[in-house]
Design a protein around this ligand. Structure first.
Ligand code: BEZ
Length: 249
């Protein structure tokens, strides 16, 4: 997948991702001494919150740049692909915010999380759910379709329904304590172009370098009447899927 993370751009244009992840950390309710694995820690902003609660956190991310940013916060951060977890029965909880929709192979991730947890351990997380960023997906579908590119060949996102993800968790041996899908329209701190450059790289990479600027402008123009309000604020149609599950004891 053609997606790279730039910690400075992320901090400037996507700080809302960790800030809006606070309720997921609340749902986890970390306790002093808990050993917690944070999958997809990014620059570690939310991981720090778990550590502040007294938990001992191992933070992983597949992006070397983000892991470096997390290390600079003094976190135990490691470059690891969430599909390749090798931890065995060592965590009281596994946490993940706004990452699992980047990984199509949910069964493999869930199996690794189950192995990583102690019996009775909890898996608490949030990912994009069915219908998330539909306006943006559709705009790329039209713009790439007009260039004879099938958007499905580049679309990296996996946005399950609550029923789909519940089934996957249960098939992986988890008891699902709660799972809910809900819309979360999200105002952006600036122009949608920053969001697209940060989060939609696989779509932009579908065209040659010298066509990316015009693709970006076209997608922005399609989106403007749909997701920009009268005050000029861009509001992205995020949908969240939040869950808590337990590895039976
Ligand atoms: C989400 O959190 O739903 C999301 C994040 C980045 C791109 C698409 C969706």
């Amino acid at each position: 997948m053609t997606q790279r993370w730039d910690p400075d751009a992320y901090a400037a244009h996507a700080r809302f991702v960790s800030e809006l992840g606070e309720p997921v950390a609340d749902l986890l309710a970390p306790r002093p001494g808990d050993r917690i694995l944070d999958i997809g820690c990014g620059d570690g902003a939310l991981t720090e919150r778990l550590r502040t609660a007294g938990a001992v956190v191992v933070a992983i991310d597949s992006s070397p740049e983000q892991v470096w940013a997390a290390l600079e916060r003094g976190l135990d951060a490691r470059i690891t692909d969430a599909r390749e977890l090798e931890f065995q029965t060592e965590f009281d909880a596994v946490f993940s915010n706004a990452v699992l929709h980047w990984i199509g192979d949910a069964e493999r991730v869930i199996a690794g999380v189950w192995r990583a947890l102690k019996p009775g351990g909890r898996f608490v997380g949030e990912l994009g759910g069915s219908g998330s960023v539909a306006s943006i997906r559709e705009a790329f579908c039209d713009a790439l379709g007009a260039r004879d590119i099938d958007v499905a060949t580049v679309d990296p996102w996996y946005f399950p329904t609550a029923a789909q993800y519940r089934n996957q968790l249960e098939a992986g041996g988890f008891l699902v304590d709660s799972i809910q899908l809900f819309p979360r329209p999200t105002p952006l701190p600036g122009d949608v172009t920053h969001w697209l450059r940060l989060f939609a790289q696989p779509f932009l990479a579908a065209v040659p370098d010298d066509e990316r600027g015009s693709l970006l402008e076209e997608v922005r123009a399609t989106l403007e009447p749909r997701i920009r309000n009268a005050d000029g604020v861009w509001i992205v149609d995020y949908v969240r899927l939040r869950f808590a599950a337990t590895r039976p004891g």
